[in-house]
Design a protein around this ligand. Structure first.
Ligand code: SF4
Ligand code: SF4
Length: 242
């Protein structure tokens, strides 16, 4: 899931200050905490209250789409909602506002969230943990399924660095498990210590975005749709049966 944190309401109010007609747009997609219609309505109410206090008279409406990161979904669902709207306040991760800007260049869009990381949720600890930095060249096959790029504070590929504490914590963050301590134990458990002993070559970081914004071409969307199969013709009734 993509983890987001709400921006302070004062910051949001500073964005929308010059505008009157505001659309707070939820996203039913993958943000965590959820940022769909219910949350959009809460933001809308806060903006209305702030508008009254500041004598601004904001007109605020809400809407949500299944995913703000899909220009097709936006075109089909949002176009009718934009009439009279001065500004959209997007509840999605940072991909949402950028997709709206590309789809509707005439509309002003501001983010209501800070996008923090991609992670997983531990319900018992009520905490979200970062798990992947979308590095473009996954090495989990070498590391027992534990990501050193995300979970090692120094992103090192041939760990540990030598600073692991006696109880297996990271020297940079004492309340964080040392990723390489975890990797070592996991590979041992899997009887894959020969992988641990292999020295990994200097990493090419370009697939991780260091060579500019990345793109992924979806070949299947560039092909014409397969023709529907012809329905099988019914056998003629009343014919001779042999
Ligand atoms: S190695 Fe790269 S793709 Fe794999 S989990 Fe780590 S950051 Fe994500
Ligand atoms: S102590 Fe472990 S997690 Fe921390 S920087 Fe060193 S190898 Fe990475």
């Amino acid at each position: 899931m993509i983890v987001t944190e709400e921006k302070p309401i004062e910051e949001i109010l500073s964005f929308i200050e010059p505008y009157k007609n505001i659309l707070v747009l939820g996203c039913d997609g993958c943000t965590q905490p959820p940022r769909a219609l219910k949350e959009a309505e809460i933001y809308a109410e806060l903006i209305r209250i702030a508008g009254k206090l500041k004598d601004k008279g904001y007109e605020v409406k809400t809407f949500t789409v299944s995913r703000q990161c899909d220009n097709n979904i936006l075109t089909q669902n949002l176009t009718d909602q934009l009439e009279g709207v001065d500004v959209i306040l997007s509840m999605a991760c940072g991909i949402g506002p950028q997709t709206i800007v590309e789809t509707f260049p005439e509309v002003v869009v501001y983010p209501a969230q800070n996008t923090v990381f991609m992670g997983s949720e531990n319900m018992e600890e009520a905490t979200l943990y970062e798990k992947c930095k979308a590095c473009g060249n996954c090495v989990l096959n070498l590391t027992g399924g534990i990501c050193p790029i995300t979970r090692c504070s120094k992103n090192i590929m041939n760990g540990p660095c030598g600073g692991t504490t006696a109880d297996g914590k990271c020297e940079v963050e004492k309340d964080t498990d040392c990723a390489w301590y975890l990797i070592y134990n996991r590979l041992k458990e899997l009887d894959q210590m020969s992988t641990f002993d292999d020295i990994q070559p200097v990493r090419d970081w370009r697939p991780g975005g260091h060579g500019g914004p990345r793109r992924s071409i979806r070949i299947e969307l560039t092909q014409p749709p397969e023709p529907e199969p012809e329905p099988e013709s019914e056998p003629e009734k009343g014919g001779d049966r042999k």
